[in-house]
Design a protein around this ligand. Structure first.
Ligand code: ZN
Length: 237
């Protein structure tokens, strides 16, 4: 059956001399597709089948591996491909989203990845976008942070962000305090509509501070192996 699908190339696997198998994440699942001859620059299947391309694919659909008939590139994220920081951030997001997707194949993960990559390409702070996705993805792992009231007593007078309790603690329940800007920023990450985010003005100091919390949270609870984040952060300098 011939089918048209739109999606992001999340993996390229070499296949024979000139071909490759690509994995494409779409809003109705993950497809493995053989793209014959697509490693040749002269191939009509070359453009649109490289890692991170957002394309429309016309495929002969088969149960395990489909075959690519034609492809139209929708967005190749040119700014990202020539910027090592942006590329590191988007590569990490692909890696993270696919690891989460293996545990919970929600279509919303595809939507988050698509908008995240677009925002990074359009020049919005890559670390900010990465952190927003990290916070939003926790829901699909069953690890969503509690950021409405105090985790222990449901009090409103919030004083700190707790790694051990996975969320806010109030002044009666917490001995330590967290910078107010961080308390506000993590809530913003959790609730902001990424589609509507067009600028990002947070000091690097606050950004890195919250990023450290997120890394610790991921290390403590998710069990995910995320070496590509270390690579991305080494690019930040
Ligand atoms: Zn409390």
């Amino acid at each position: 059956m011939i089918k048209k699908i739109k999606g992001i190339v999340v993996k390229e696997i070499a296949y024979k001399d000139t071909s490759k198998i690509i994995e494409v994440l779409t809003n109705d699942g993950l497809y493995s597709i053989v793209a014959k001859g697509s490693k040749r620059v002269s191939s009509p299947l070359f453009l649109g089948t490289t890692f991170l391309s957002y394309s429309e694919f016309c495929i002969y659909e088969r149960e395990k591996i489909s075959t690519l008939k034609s492809v139209d590139l929708i967005n190749g994220y040119k700014n990202t491909l020539k910027d090592i920081v942006k590329l590191g951030a988007s590569s990490y997001l692909v890696n993270l989203c696919m690891q989460v997707y293996k545990q919970n194949s929600s279509n919303e993960i595809y939507d988050l990845l698509l908008v995240g990559i677009s925002k990074i390409d359009s020049g919005i702070n890559p670390l900010g976008i990465v952190n927003i996705l990290e916070i939003k993805l926790l829901k699909y792992l069953g690890l969503k942070l509690h950021l409405d009231k105090c985790v222990i007593c449901s009090g409103d007078d919030i004083k700190s962000l707790s790694l051990d309790y996975s969320g806010y603690l109030c002044k009666n329940c917490s001995k330590v305090s967290t910078d107010r800007k961080i308390l506000k920023l993590i809530k913003l990450y959790d609730t902001v509509d990424l589609n509507k985010l067009n600028s990002f003005n947070v000091s690097l100091d606050i950004l890195l501070n919250l990023d450290r919390f997120i890394d610790e949270y991921y290390a403590k609870y998710t069990g995910l192996y995320l070496d590509s984040k270390k690579f991305f952060k080494s690019m930040l300098g």
